[in-house]
Design a protein around this ligand. Structure first.
Ligand SMILES: Cc1cc2nc3c(=O)[nH]c(=O)nc-3n(C[C@H](O)[C@H](O)[C@H](O)COP(=O)(O)OP(=O)(O)OC[C@H]3O[C@@H](n4cnc5c(N)ncnc54)[C@H](O)[C@@H]3O)c2cc1C
Ligand code: SF4
Length: 638
């Protein structure tokens, strides 16, 4: 196909590691926390500089439309120039514009882009299309006034929409409906705005009938969990840096266990967070966590191991072109190819300016998250009649998310929690708040029915939001804690397009048995140290863990995709196993039940597996090469 790269990708990566590591000097006051700002430089600027320098030190070869490979060095960002996207249309006469297109850059999209790129043959063109913009550590919102304009209140009620106009390039998305869904929007998906808790589900999750036979035992995913763990490198809060929030959480569980009220295990949450400065395996320089409590509005010191720190730089190094601010509206089948229609918003400061376009590809991996992938596929079915299973949109789960609030204002002795995010606008917080979530109280026990196997985690409130939360809850956040519960809801929600926007219909969501269990346990939690429990008013019927709608199944009669992520072609009948060749879904939307714990690791593991199956599929042998000696499990065993 094209020229062989002049320098191997692995060599380039090594150069990146050395280059990035060499550029940074060790700092002064914050050195013990692993911060390395130049003298006089604030933390956000230091983080931004370190990140951009790291990306500048990366090297890659990227395929040109004529099939040749061109060597490139990083420019300080991961995003490619939109001119390359516009120019791609029709650039390879008689062939698809791209060999592979990945839609979305969360755990599904970033993992697939990185792993497909690692195996691509020279000349194979892979692009990733992401609706949101690229965020760089140090540039995330630090003040309420900067937070609001960045927030897209996607299709909220008319009144809310008027107060906060929809911003498709904002850091968050909110979806109204019977379940209110919050998502992350940007290069890196919800990894930019999540709490980075990395947990594996228990075996029984996979034993449920809704999971396809190939995944009915957790061991099928074991090597992929291991790969994702290596990339995300979770750690717990160091023993000498435990915070009041975490201590209170663990002490509550210990007291209720001693009093035989609870049979639960409490432990520190494994977090995809770097606590000591390092240059990671992808060559990205990361500062150590300063425990500012702002994880969900983006880490401004570059300590969170979000996807822009690991999988996405790896995809970039492998030659993936990443186009941000590119919103996919639908997919059409044009002969053997797929045509992807997009709305491009070239100016991040004027999101209302947009242009439409389309590109074609042989292979498409839809990974726009649960809300995004359902939206694209529902619209594609409606607009262009692409035949999809009648399961599309069905089987939505909120992963049993439930928010509670414990107020310790009137306890004697005083209970200190310090849960108001401090941010880094004023430097390293004098009193560490901690990561957003730091501890897990785990009620998963074999003898309990699934709906009683729940988890309770301690939450801070980000500095941009803390004032508002304190006001709404009439509480002092230094003596209160927000609790995130999750468990096994019944996955009976349904995503519809209403007014061309996705919305979840599930009138029963607030009556899930797992919610009742969580409310009971949170009340006991509060009482352990004399606090008062209430439902977290500002976000009722809420989930940050949307799952399903494109669930896996054995055939179109039970799912939208098979265990390989291939989309069933329902034109061949209801019970068909036939698929649309080259069309995949690989993200949270394929999960057929609640997972019962934080889902990111399972989504990453499923994507690792799908990527592995794509690159080893004989039908794609022209695109990917797989070395004959591999340590990973052979495809037949999957
Ligand atoms: C506030 C918050 C906290 C969380 N905390 C945790 C946690 O601690 N641990 C955990 O395990 N999980 C957590 N999660 C959930 C976890 O982050 C998600 O489950 C996970 O990111 C889902 O991965 P995904 O690839 O399916 O989708 P996403 O990460 O949502 O990525 C999808 C991407 O696709 C893009 N996209 C959508 N539509 C389009 C379109 N039409 N065209 C182009 N691009 C599009 C989106 O902008 C987004 O970037 C949290 C989520 C949130 C919101
Ligand atoms: S607590 Fe602050 S520094 Fe640590 S990961 Fe979260 S946002 Fe980053």
């Amino acid at each position: 196909m094209g020229k062989t790269p002049r320098v191997g990708r692995r060599d380039f990566l090594k150069m990146g590691v050395v280059g990035a590591g060499a550029t940074l000097a060790t700092g002064c006051r914050s050195a013990e926390l692993g911060l390395v700002p130049d003298p006089g430089m604030d933390l956000a600027t230091a983080a931004q500089l370190a990140y951009r320098r790291s990306l500048r030190a990366l090297k890659r070869t990227v395929p040109l439309p004529d099939g040749t490979e061109q060597s490139q060095i990083g420019s300080g960002t991961l995003t490619s120039d939109h001119a390359l996207l516009r120019a791609a249309r029709g650039s390879r006469p008689g062939r698809a514009d791209f060999d592979v297109l990945v839609i979305g850059s969360g755990y599904g999209g970033a993992v697939c882009a990185a792993r497909l790129a690692a195996r691509r043959r020279p000349g194979v063109r892979i692009a990733l299309l992401e609706r949101g913009r690229e965020w760089v550590p140090g540039t995330f919102p630090q003040h309420l006034f900067s937070f609001n304009p960045l927030t897209p209140f996607v299709r909220r009620t008319a009144w809310m929409s008027e107060q906060h106009p929809y911003n498709p390039l904002g850091l968050f998305g909110f979806y109204d409906g019977d379940v209110q869904v919050v998502i992350g929007n940007g290069l890196g998906g919800a990894s930019l705005t999540n709490c980075a808790v990395v947990l594996e589900p228990e075996e029984d999750v996979f034993r449920q009938a809704a999971w396809p036979g190939e995944l009915r035992a957790k061991r099928a995913l074991a090597p992929y969990y291991a790969r994702a763990q290596r990339m995300l490198s979770p750690q717990t809060t160091p023993a000498d840096r435990l915070t009041p929030k975490l201590r209170n959480h663990l002490a509550t569980a210990a007291r209720l266990k001693t009093e035989r009220v609870w049979d639960a295990e409490a432990y520190q949450a494994p977090l995809a967070i770097t606590f000591d400065a390092r240059t990671n395996d992808q060559g990205v320089r990361q500062h150590g966590c300063v425990q500012c409590g702002d994880c969900v509005t983006g880490c401004n010191v570059g300590a969170k191991n979000s996807l822009d720190m690991n999988y996405l730089p790896l995809a970039w190094t492998g030659g993936v072109l990443m186009f941000t601010q590119t919103d996919i509206s639908k997919i059409r089948k044009v002969g053997e190819l797929y045509q992807i229609d997009y709305d491009l918003r070239p100016d991040a400061h004027r999101p209302s300016r947009r242009e439409t376009g389309s590109v074609t590809a042989n292979v498409v991996v839809v990974a726009a998250g649960t809300m995004g992938s359902n939206e694209i596929l529902l619209r594609s079915r409606e607009a262009d009649g692409i035949a999809l299973s009648r399961w599309l949109g069905k089987g939505f789960s909120g992963n049993g998310n439930y928010l509670g609030f414990v107020d310790y204002q009137f306890t004697d002795p005083a209970v200190r929690t310090n849960t108001a995010g401090a941010g880094i606008a004023r430097g390293v917080p004098a009193e560490p708040v901690g990561a957003y979530i730091e501890g897990v109280i785990d009620f998963r026990r074999h003898r309990r029915p699934l709906e009683r196997r729940v988890l309770i985690e301690d939450m801070a409130q980000a500095s941009t939001l803390a004032g508002g939360v304190a006001l709404l809850m009439l509480a002092d956040l230094s003596r209160a804690v927000t609790l995130l519960g999750m468990g096994h809801d019944r996955a009976e929600g349904e995503i519809h397009l209403e007014g061309d926007a996705p919305i979840v219909r599930w009138p029963d969501y607030d009556r899930q048995p797992s919610h009742a269990e969580l409310a009971r346990l949170m009340d006991q939690y509060a009482q352990a140290f004399g606090g008062k429990f209430s439902v977290f008013g500002p976000a009722r019927n809420y989930t940050a863990h949307p799952l399903g709608g494109c669930r896996m199944g054995a055939s179109a009669a039970s799912g939208v995709v098979n265990h390989r992520g291939q989309v069933f072609d329902a034109a061949a009948g209801d019970a068909t196993r036939a698929v649309h060749a080259g069309l995949y879904v690989a993200d949270a939307s394929i999960v057929p039940t609640a997972i019962g714990n934080n889902p990111l690791l399972t989504i990453a593991a499923l994507a690792e597996r799908i990527a592995d199956l794509i690159v080893t599929d004989p039908d794609h042998a022209a695109l990917f090469e797989v070395p004959p000696t591999r340590h990973d499990p052979p495809m037949q065993s999957l």
